[in-house]
Design a protein around this ligand. Structure first.
Ligand code: GDP
Ligand code: MG
Length: 247
């Protein structure tokens, strides 16, 4: 193979000054043997993440900073990252050290084997979720496991934003998420409805130690529900279609 594939790692950031150096060191180390780029997607110039990166002596050469001009929030920031990404595989991961970057090569490999979406999966055997608010943790697990059980979608975890996407799938889909982390569920449900292969790799999510979560459970719940219900409706439609054709 003359042309080696490129993995783009998209990281939305909001004042991650205390975390970002460790984060990019770990991502770079995990992808040392793989062609990659690390896209730091920020909303405004005063974000303290930029200063922390600028002052880094061992700043990886594969870092690019991307100003999100699509509106504030993690979802627009990730979309800005998708637009800037040059890789055939695009991975989203968080800056607050919640996701283990060592898993990225395995996730990217699954995409290159044909999956459109690969979850970093907390709820499959071998996966784990550590810390975080009990209600958020429970709802997320229930959503993932019930959706798989009710629809047959090929992942136990449809909400983790530690995910790998094929670039061709991202180019084909119209993204509607405007706020935050419901983006992962939207993209996974849309890939599944298109009949594209979905895959998963076990991973551990750990709650942040530095800084504060900006996750808004009650505010964002309806946004999640929209995609969850779309998947249920689609699944029901397919079942009824089968019964109808048999009758
Ligand atoms: N660009 C951008 N990134 C954000 C925003 N809010 C959170 N993030 C990033 O998204 C990731 C996860 O955020 P966090 O608030 O910890 O959510 P949690 O992990 O679900 O609790 C981190 O890398 C944050 O810096 C935002 O408004 N804009
Ligand atoms: Mg977090």
């Amino acid at each position: 193979m003359g042309h080696e594939s490129l993995t783009s790692v998209v990281i939305p950031v909001y004042n991650e000054g205390p975390n970002i150096r460790t984060c990019v060191r770990r991502v770079h180390e995990a992808l040392r043997e793989h062609p990659h780029e690390i896209l730091i997607c920020y909303d405004f110039e005063g974000d303290d993440t930029l200063e922390a990166l600028a002052g880094m002596e061992d700043r990886p050469a594969t870092i690019r900073t991307v100003l999100n001009d699509l509106g504030r929030g993690a979802a627009p920031a990730m979309r800005a990252g998708f637009q800037a990404a040059r890789g055939d595989v695009v991975v989203t991961t968080m800056a607050d050290l919640s996701d283990p970057p060592e898993v990225i090569p395995a996730m990217a490999a699954r995409v290159r084997q044909g999956a459109a979406v690969v979850s970093g999966s907390r709820y499959m055997p071998g996966g784990l979720q550590e810390g975080g608010p009990l209600l958020k943790r429970t709802m997320s697990r229930l959503a993932g496991l019930s959706l798989r059980w009710l629809t047959g979608i090929q992942t136990h975890d449809c909400t983790n934003n530690f995910r790998a996407y094929s670039r061709s799938f991202l180019a084909s889909v119209r993204i509607e998420s405007q706020q935050g982390f419901e983006l992962a569920l939207e993209l996974t449900v849309k890939a599944w409805i298109q009949g594209l292969p979905i895959d998963e790799v076990p991973t551990t999510w750990t709650d942040r130690i530095q800084g504060q979560s900006r996750f808004r459970l009650l505010k964002w719940l309806p946004l999640y529900l929209r995609w969850y219900l779309l998947a249920l409706r689609h699944s029901l439609g397919m079942r009824l279609g089968r019964v109808w054709r048999r009758a």
